[in-house]
Design a protein around this ligand. Structure first.
Ligand code: ZN
Length: 83
């Protein structure tokens, strides 16, 4: 039970409203489209995009062409593996 007056008047049973318990939806992850709720700890890009975590951010950067997976060789060659 929460400590506030019943909305429906004195004496009403103070049951929690199920919609009040539903955390506010504030957006979606720019990578996996997961719903982000009030209170979630997320990553935010300089552009204001939200990501669940570093994994989602990296996946998104791959898809946007901002990251590439490469293989380094001692002769100075770099072989691009991703993107
Ligand atoms: Zn995500």
């Amino acid at each position: 039970m929460r400590d506030h007056l019943p909305v429906n008047g004195a004496g009403a049973v103070n049951l929690p409203d199920p919609q009040e318990r539903e955390p506010g939806v504030l957006g979606v992850c720019a990578s996996c489209r997961a719903t982000l709720y009030s209170g979630n700890e997320v990553l935010c890009s300089p552009d204001g995009l939200y990501f669940c975590d570093a994994r989602c951010l990296v996946d998104w950067m791959y898809e946007e062409g901002q990251l590439a997976k490469v293989q380094l060789w001692s002769d100075g060659n770099v072989i691009v593996r991703g993107v």
